[in-house]
Write a protein that binds this ligand. Structure first.
Ligand code: ADE
Ligand code: ZN
Length: 332
């Protein structure tokens, strides 16, 4: 039985499937450095985060018009619903598009129009703009100012890309401005970077959720704080394997994180690149880490608790999770 999932860590650009890359390249007459589909697919093997990011940003060259962003976002909504997602908070790396000459308004037009149809696809959604950590903090601030001037329908802001080349404090002005406008805050940390990066996004950026955060497990004091304050961690198991954060799924700390009382959720990150959407992430961790109905219930409830939704929507999601769990247990 499929779990009613809440997905809190998925980059829209990371849902760009190889078939859509080639179709959009043709539509927009973008010349890609790949001979064919086999050649493109042969590059989906990564030595770490940066080797993935190089391909991920390069493939965005095919996204040019509002229609492209509409098609990308709609394809995600369809696939997410098939994966059991009832509520998704999707990331948009706006600077990866404005940085190559696509207007923010063009990107937003497509994403907004598609997200407006979310309910027709059977889920609710929110949009989180993620600042790129390899660019200067001042550019993050300028990007947010532009989005606010465009009246972008933002739920929150986040921070992603490499953790190794900058300090979280560079992004404090952008996060402060976001909070002043009533936006939620999340940040990638503790994926390729050490546990200290998790402390930094909590203490300096006041992030409400930590994206990944798996390396927090290296610091018992941090684990106690995260558990005590019920800070959600949006964990992405298949991503962690493909980006070599862990050697194999059997080595993944998800079970230990649950046992430590952390508010962990399971997410897909960049499903077109890492071999599966949220259903596949759940299926594989449940099998490999032997998670039973109670642990799956905790994961589902954590997602509902961690979502930035109002009380009425939270109650609906909670009710769906309870019904699913009752059936799961009855089924044996
Ligand atoms: N952008 C897209 N996927 C990412 C990841 N796993 N880590 C950091 N930045 C990202
Ligand atoms: Zn991510």
């Amino acid at each position: 039985m499929q779990m009613p999932a809440v997905e809190l860590h998925v980059h829209l650009e990371g849902t760009l499937e190889p078939e859509l890359i080639l179709a959009l390249a043709e539509r927009n007459r973008v010349v890609l450095p790949y001979a064919d589909m086999d050649d493109l697919r042969s590059r989906y093997s990564f030595t770490g985060l940066q080797s993935f990011l190089d391909l991920y940003y390069a493939n965005m060259a095919v996204l040019r018009t509002a229609e492209d962003f509409y098609d990308l976002t709609t394809a995600y909504l369809v696939r997410a619903r098939e994966a059991g997602v009832r509520h998704a908070e999707v990331f948009l790396d706006i600077q990866a598009h404005t940085g190559r000459g696509i207007r923010a308004a063009e990107v937003l037009d497509g994403v907004k129009a598609a997200l407006a149809t979310s309910r027709d696809h059977g889920l609710t959604t929110g949009l989180i703009v993620t600042f790129l950590r390899h660019l200067p903090g001042a550019e993050a601030l300028a990007a947010l100012q532009e989005l606010l001037a465009l009246d972008a329908p933002l739920l929150g802001v986040g921070l992603c890309s490499t953790e190794l080349t900058s300090h979280a404090s560079e992004f404090a002005p952008a996060f402060d401005l976001a909070r002043d406008h009533g936006l939620h805050t999340v940040a990638h940390a503790g994926e390729e970077g050490p546990a200290q990066n998790v402390w930094d996004v909590l203490d300096i950026l006041h992030a409400e959720r930590v994206d990944h955060g798996v390396r927090a497990m290296e610091d018992p004091v941090l684990v106690r704080r995260l558990a005590g304050e019920r800070v959600p961690l949006t964990v992405c198991p298949l991503s962690n394997v493909r980006l070599r954060v862990v050697d194999t799924l059997a080595d993944h700390p998800l079970r230990r994180m649950l046992e430590a009382g952390l508010v962990v959720t399971v997410n897909s990150d960049d499903p077109a690149y890492f071999g599966g959407y949220v259903d596949e992430n759940l299926r594989q961790v449940a099998e490999v880490l032997s998670l039973g109905p109670d642990e799956l219930l905790t994961l589902a409830r954590n997602g509902v608790e961690a979502a930035f939704v109002d009380g009425a929507r939270r109650a609906e999601l909670d009710a769906e999770v309870t019904t699913w769990h009752q059936r799961l247990v009855a089924q044996g």
